[in-house]
Ligand binder design. Structure first.
Ligand code: DUC
Ligand code: ZN
Ligand code: ZN
Ligand code: ZN
Length: 486
């Protein structure tokens, strides 16, 4: 029989309630919740909250992007997550246009072998054709139930509306959920050219080329397409009121549409791009860009009201040297910021400690809602008998000042540097194994496992009032393949 570990003396904080109880773990699993439990080993949780490990549904580890690769790999990225209480991440498998999805997936499995914590993948649809159409079913059979679509990055990753419609209908047929990066890529590309022509070449041009309007429009468009395809929709990195408003309206009509603010957009604003230090501004270049205070207020309100369900990071860290590729041209600055280690402490500090979120809401938006939306609840996202022992013993009095000197990420700066956080993990368990012990990170490379996410049941579909008129087309958008008008 395996060793029995007991977490004693803490208050369990779940998405729906808080209560005092001990937790017994055998192997990788929670086996008992109750009072006065005993075991071979005791983890002291006195004065702490005991919460399900965080899940970050949106990260990019060693992703080939904009001529380089994001700097954190699965080892440093998942270690950073664990250091901050996040026990599972979901990365995006990105086939290059024309590449087999299955071949790309093999590559992603190969590079995740040294992950310290559990992980899953979303599959990106970066091109369209019969092969993609067919392979989407295989991808679902291999444990991936979500397909991401870029409405931006024209000429690289972007797919257009007919491809979105076909892919969304394919998702509906195979029990998968489409996701979108919602920005109007055509308008962004035009704005970028105009700004460069006007001589605006610095990081401030990045935000100017991607105003909230381009995000609001694309969010509305993706929602309309999902409605017509009869499928739920997950909108990644919702950063502004215009996108949030579209999501609210769709939900009010009865559609399953989910919105995912990032911790960066909740607490950092667009004044960062006007910092005279080029490196400082470029380090904060990501898409969508940071917004003004009124948009931040909208995101916080959405988390309170439940119209936005999830807080992620889009962790996609680049070193300053990598950022300098765009020294003369903001369109060449690799897009992305880190945040995996800081998401939970910053959200606790700015959300729970300020009274904007309850502790239970904190657990919902960092873990439980995500597990439910991604169809892995209650294996993940819960402290229940039978759930994986992914657990954070959270000390609400522990403080630190965020600094790149002490972080796990390999990049040499941190967009939250200098910020004091109160509320940090004391212990973190990844499937029963200590990854943070009394504040010291002791994560094990290779311990992380791929988590399969089963397809959604028939009932998990949007309430489209449209009847499907045609089956999704499998063919590539070549003129000779276009059907004749009827
Ligand atoms: N946005 C980023 O900032 N980085 C990675 C991809 C994305 O959409
Ligand atoms: Zn490469
Ligand atoms: Zn994106
Ligand atoms: Zn992303």
């Amino acid at each position: 029989m395996s060793k029995r570990t007991v977490i004693k003396g803490g208050t369990i904080v779940a998405a729906d309630r808080s209560y005092a109880a001990d937790i017994a773990i055998e192997g990788e699993t929670i086996v008992q919740i109750g009072t006065d439990l005993s075991g071979d080993e005791v983890i002291d949780a006195t004065g702490c909250y005991v919460m399900p490990g965080g899940i970050d549904p949106h990260v990019h580890l060693k992703m080939p992007f904009m001529g380089t690769h994001s700097a954190d790999d699965f080892e440093s990225g998942t270690r950073a997550g664990l250091a901050g209480g996040t026990t599972m991440v979901v990365d995006f498998c990105l086939p290059s246009p024309g590449q087999s999805l299955i071949e790309a997936l093999e590559g992603w499995h190969a590079k995740s072998q040294r992950a310290c914590g559990d992980y899953s993948f979303h599959m990106a649809v970066t091109w369209w054709g019969e092969q993609v159409f067919e392979e989407m079913q295989q991808v679902v059979d291999l444990g991936i139930n979500s397909f991401k679509h870029f409405m931006a990055y024209k000429g690289a990753l972007m797919v257009d509306d007919d491809e979105l419609f076909d892919s969304f209908r394919r998702c509906a047929a195979i029990g998968a959920m489409p996701m979108v990066h919602a920005e109007n890529g055509d308008v962004v590309a035009t704005m970028q050219q105009k700004l460069l022509e006007q001589g605006i070449r610095g990081p401030e041009g990045h935000a100017m080329s991607r105003p909230p309007e381009v995000e609001g429009e694309a969010t509305n468009r993706a929602i309309m397409i999902a409605d017509m395809a009869g499928v739920p929709l997950y909108v990644v990195h919702t950063s502004c009121e215009q996108a949030h408003e579209a999501i609210r309206r769709a939900r009010q009509k009865g559609m399953r549409v989910y919105g995912e603010p990032l911790i960066q957009h909740l607490v950092l604003d667009d004044s960062e791009y006007r910092n005279p230090d080029w490196d400082h501004a470029a380090q904060r270049v990501m898409s969508p860009p940071f917004r003004d205070k009124s948009n931040q207020d909208s995101l916080w309100a959405g988390l309170q009201a439940g119209s936005l369900q999830v807080v992620a990071t889009d962790h996609c860290a680049f070193t300053t040297e990598q950022k300098r590729t765009g020294i003369d041209d903001f369109t060449k600055i690799p897009n992305g910021t880190g945040g995996l280690e800081d998401r939970m402490p910053v959200l606790w500090t700015e959300g729970v400690n300020t009274g904007r979120l309850t502790k239970n809401e904190f657990v919902a938006v960092t873990s439980t809602n995500i597990a439910k939306i991604l169809n892995i609840y209650p294996q993940k996202g819960a402290i229940l008998e039978g759930s994986d022992a992914d657990i954070v013993v959270w000390d609400p009095r522990k403080s630190k000042v965020i600094s790149p000197e002490t972080q796990q990420s390999v990049v040499e700066y941190n967009v939250f540097a200098g910020r004091e956080v109160t509320g940090l993990p004391r212990h973190v368990l990844s499937r029963g194994r200590l990854a943070v012990d009394d504040g010291t990170v002791c994560a094990t490379p290779g311990h992380g496992r791929f988590v399969k996410r089963p397809p959604f049941a028939e009932v998990n579909k949007a309430l489209s009032k449209w009847k499907e008129v045609t089956a999704p087309r499998k063919v590539e958008r070549k003129p000779e393949n276009m059907p004749a008008c009827v």
